[in-house]
Design a protein around this ligand. Structure first.
Ligand SMILES: *[C@@H]1O[C@H](CO)[C@@H](O)[C@H](O)[C@H]1NC(C)=O
Ligand SMILES: *[C@@H]1O[C@H](CO)[C@@H](O)[C@H](O)[C@H]1NC(C)=O
Ligand SMILES: *[C@@H]1O[C@H](CO)[C@@H](O)[C@H](O)[C@H]1NC(C)=O
Length: 228
């Protein structure tokens, strides 16, 4: 009996450490989301970076943008998971463009005044697009994992400067399809639930055993006390 309990415990410990490893592997993905806000080779968002969401600029003449969702042409976004899009910029103007940041927000499709989520800001430190040139900028975002599945509108803007004047282009204003968080997560939670049930029943058995032992001890100690 003792050995069997020990085996079950060892198995549980082993599987929970296995789970830790599995979680350790999936965690970096989460950190990358936060990381894009702090640092990267492309840019840094710090205290000195303005919050552009409250301001609204006009597009500069001769600047055109396109937006593609590589690996994801149907624009299906799993809640809480990273999604990448590429913003292409074409500069047909006469000045250098200084790219400052890309930002996006999620809105209800039927009423854009209702903002569901402000997505992270991707800042660019020293990215320029010379005249008659094109450049592509990546933007990685993740919608909240608590977002209900369904259709939402994503509005993405790229903010840039020409001679210290700020401009912006809306590179995407259209639908994205939000789906439930990926399967990996639910497998993990099912596993955790089973683990919890197993541990609780094990604890129950252990407590019952202890109580039985205790009552034996009590009887054994009680008897001499009475006679003595
Ligand atoms: C999004 O950002 C705007 C401007 O900073 C702010 O007014 C608004 O309350 C924010 N909305 C949410 C849902 O965070
Ligand atoms: C910024 O870019 C310019 C030209 O592309 C380059 O000469 C300069 O060294 C860069 N500065 C930094 C801090 O990277
Ligand atoms: C995006 O499109 C909707 C309607 O299609 C419009 O009401 C809204 O003003 C647009 N947003 C921007 C930032 O252009």
């Amino acid at each position: 009996m003792e050995i069997r309990v020990f085996c079950v415990l060892a198995l549980l410990l082993f599987s929970s450490s296995f789970l830790q490893v599995a979680r350790g592997q999936s965690d970096p993905a989460v950190e990358v989301v936060e990381g894009t806000e702090e640092a990267g080779d492309l840019g840094i968002v710090g205290d000195d970076v303005q919050d552009f969401s409250s301001e609204s600029y006009t597009p500069a003449a001769g600047v055109e943008t396109v937006c593609v969702f590589p690996k994801n042409p149907s624009k299906v976004v799993a809640a809480g998971e990273e999604c990448e899009l590429l913003v292409g910029m074409k500069n047909d103007g006469e000045s250098h463009l200084n790219i400052i940041a890309i930002q996006a927000s999620v809105h209800l499709p039927f009423d854009h005044r209702y903002l569901v989520q402000n997505l992270s800001v991707q800042a660019f430190n020293n990215a320029t697009v010379p005249p008659s040139a094109q450049a592509t900028f990546p933007y990685i975002f993740a919608v909240s994992k608590f977002m209900q599945p369904g259709s939402f509108d994503l509005v993405g803007t790229i903010i840039y400067e020409i001679d210290q004047n700020a401009y912006q282009n809306v590179f995407y204003n259209g639908t994205i399809e939000v789906t439930e968080p990926g399967g990996l997560l639910s497998v993990e939670s099912v596993f955790l639930f089973c683990l919890a049930v197993a541990l609780l029943s094990l604890l129950g058995f252990w407590i019952r055993g202890q109580i039985q032992n205790l009552s034996k001890v009590l009887i054994l100690t009680y008897v001499p006390c009475k006679t003595g």
